[in-house]
Every structure is written in C-alpha cells, then in structure tokens.
Design a binder for this molecule. Structure first.
Ligand SMILES: C[S@@+](CC[C@H](N)C(=O)[O-])C[C@H]1O[C@@H](n2cnc3c(N)ncnc32)[C@H](O)[C@@H]1O
Length: 377
C-alpha cells in the first residue's frame, strides 16, 4: 500500500503524484526531499527567507517550505507544476510562485534548493542561470541519489557555479553544497542544433528536450511511415519533443492544422522554433504544454502521432502511454487513426486492442527493435 503522508518534525503533509492514480504504488517524495528538509530544519532559520526550489518533483519541498518562507518553484515539467499546485491546495498551504526553467531567476533569493535534473545539459543550463543571477553568499543545496552523483557531476558544479562540497550519504542520498563564485560565468548556448539530412530537417533543441543531441531512433523509423491522405485536416503530435514528427507530417500533408502537445516547456519552445524554421507553407499551429490531452477542448481529430514516453522522472512506467491512448481515442473522429511507435517488448498492441478492439489495430511497419501500430476509431 502506498503511503501519501510525509511526517517529519511533528508536521504531516498529504502528498500525491500527478496524475493521481487509483492504485498508486509510488510515493510523491523521496529520501532526497527528506534529507533537504531535515538539513534545513536543523539550521533553525528564524526570519522568513526567499527560497528558490528547482525541479521539485511533485511539490513536497514547496509545500514544506512555504509554511514559513516565500517560495518560488521552477521546473520544466508541466506535470510537476500541476502536482505542486494540487498538493499546495490540498494541504492548505500558502500560494507560491511557479515558473519554468526558461524564466529569469527571481531577484531576491536567500537559499536555493535543487532536486538534480536527470539530464546534465539541463543541469548545466540551471547552474549557468544561477551563476549569472546569484550573489556569491547565497547557499545552493542540491540533492540526488548518491549513486547518481559522480565526480563529473561535482565538476559541473565547480565549473558552472563555484566552490562545491558534498555531505555524507543518508538513506542512499547525498547533498551537494555550492555557491555562485566561479571565476567568470561561462558563455553557454541555449539551443543544440543538428540536421536530419535524409528529410532535410534542421532541429534546434533546448537542454531538456528528449533526445536533444540526435534523432530518436524510434522517431527515425516513424518518419518513414507517416500517412499521406488528402482527407487529413487536423493532426496532433502527442509528446512532440522537438516537433520532428509534426514537421514531416505537415510537409507530407500541406495545409493541415497541427496541435503539438508535450509536458516539457522546453520541448514546446523548441517545437515552436523548429516548425517555424522548417515549414514554408502556412499552417494553423497550436503548441500546448499539458499532461497528455487533459482538459483540451479539441474534437474530431483525424490523426494522432505518438512516440510515448516510458518513464516519469526516474521511474519506468507505462501509465502515461496508457493515458495518451485513452485520451487519443476520446478526441479522434470516427474513422480517425492513432499511430503509435514503441519498442517491441512494450506490448502496446495489447493495450491498443483493449481500447480500440483487436480488429481495429494493425501493424504499419516493424523492424528488429520497433513496431508501428495503427489503431482506428
Ligand atoms: C519518446 S519522446 C518522443 C519525442 C518526439 N515526438 C520524437 O519522436 O522524437 C516522448 C515525449 O513525451 C513527452 N511527455 C512525457 N510525459 C508526457 C505527458 N504526460 N504529457 C505530454 N507529453 C509527455 C516527453 O517530454 C517527450 O518529449
């Protein structure tokens, strides 16, 4: 049975992951959150501080610290924003400011708390933003699983932020203590760009975009098998990343309306830029940071393209793929198609058959690693 009560220092928070599942087996916080909370509580800070929290996963740190302090939370994840908002509301906490990681670091910061992002380019981005914005006396305290804090991670802190030390391990986690005093801020490129020459596509990727250094091999296979039909009017790229599938789809089917959805704000910003720089024809384009297709007022869609994620933060999961398929079925028009690519072992055919009926699911193409499935409504 999953526990949703975090009790520390005689205070209890009720915390849920987002989206909330009926039979949830995972907690909405980890020992890293507890380690930071314990460390900060021992400091016994008297006056309210301006606390900046980066990458709070489901809002545990934001809920904890906003009781006595002014909290700003920054995260690239729409899901983390929603989880934090929901947990703040259900614990009757004070309002906090929620920003994404492309926003400016706030002016007044007394302490920075970081759950290390899983992607080093995103970490470098955040350290550079902090280096430029923070006074050198502001303590920066980061946490991660000890096994994921490498010498190279600490070198990134030293290079992009400043002097760095670590704590002992506690419940398999360690803290990193740093401050913004490296000799000079390093010039850092926002976007990493590269070509997909076979398709004459150029892709720019902000640091937290999925497969931002090279084309995802699943996407490469999917690009070869996108449908071309004059009756296609409205296409959704669900989990669009840098927008590569939407770009190719629009080139193959001129004039279609495109809706690109991703839970990463950096993905949405990158897809926006990539659609603008790779499409010459006019298209009606919507780009939306969202959890799957929650609460979008869209109907009668002809085609939904989906290369689903198979993890949420550090955890391997298929519940997001499942929600994507369920949502897709809701908003496709009768006869509309959901096109899904996945590793063979993920068993998406079983899921799609359960939802759409076995005879409405077919294999479009397959190779040793991947299978592309089409489900018709
Ligand atoms: C496997 S990547 C595919 C990216 C791109 N479409 C491609 O083919 O290269 C899955 C994408 O789904 C996004 N994603 C993860 N969870 C999501 C959610 N709950 N709602 C919307 N997008 C999500 C990820 O940020 C990621 O960009």
């Amino acid at each position: 049975m999953m526990i949703s009560e975090l009790t520390l220092h005689h205070r209890t928070l009720h915390l849920n992951r987002f989206p909330k599942k009926d039979k949830e087996t995972l907690q909405a916080w980890d020992a890293g959150d507890e380690y930071i909370i314990n460390y900060m509580e021992e400091l016994n800070l008297s006056a309210p501080k301006n606390i900046l929290i980066l990458n709070d996963n489901f809002g545990a740190l934001s809920c904890w610290f906003n009781q006595n302090h002014n909290v700003t939370m920054m995260s690239d994840s729409f899901i983390s924003h929603q989880a934090t908002r929901t947990n703040i509301a259900s614990n009757q906490c004070n309002e906090i400011r929620i920003l994404n990681t492309m926003d400016e670091i706030p002016n007044k910061v007394d302490v920075v708390l970081i759950q290390l992002p899983k992607n080093n380019r995103h970490l470098i981005w955040q350290l550079n933003q902090l280096r430029k914005a923070l006074k050198s006396e502001v303590p920066v305290i980061a946490v991660n699983k000890a096994r994921d804090i490498h010498t190279s991670t600490l070198k990134l802190f030293e290079k992009h932020l400043g002097q760095t030390q670590t704590s002992l391990a506690w419940k398999k986690h360690r803290l990193i203590f740093s401050q913004a005093n490296s000799s000079t801020p390093i010039e850092y490129r926002d976007y990493t760009g590269w070509n997909v020459p076979e398709h004459d596509i150029y892709l720019d990727n902000l640091p937290n975009v999925y497969s931002g250094e090279s084309l995802d091999i699943g996407a490469r296979f999917m690009l070869e098998h996108l449908p071309v039909e004059t009756k296609i009017k409205h296409v959704i790229d669900l989990g669009c990343g840098n927008g590569v599938l939407a770009i190719k789809m629009a080139r193959l089917n001129p004039g279609i309306k495109l809706t690109c959805v991703d839970e990463s704000f950096m993905a949405i910003a990158s897809a926006k830029r990539n659609l603008a720089q790779n499409l010459t024809e006019e298209h009606d384009i919507d780009l939306i940071a969202n959890n799957c297709l929650d609460d979008l007022n869209i109907k009668n869609v002809d085609v939904i393209l989906c290369n689903p994620p198979f993890h949420q933060q550090q955890t391997i999961t298929d519940h997001i793929a499942w929600q994507m398929f369920c949502d897709a079925k809701q908003i496709l028009k009768p006869g509309g198609q959901l096109l899904v690519i996945g590793n063979r072992h993920l068993g998406y055919d079983g899921k799609l058959s359960r939802l759409f009926g076995k005879r409405n699911v077919s294999v479009v193409a397959s190779n040793k690693k991947f299978v592309i499935l089409q489900a018709s409504k």
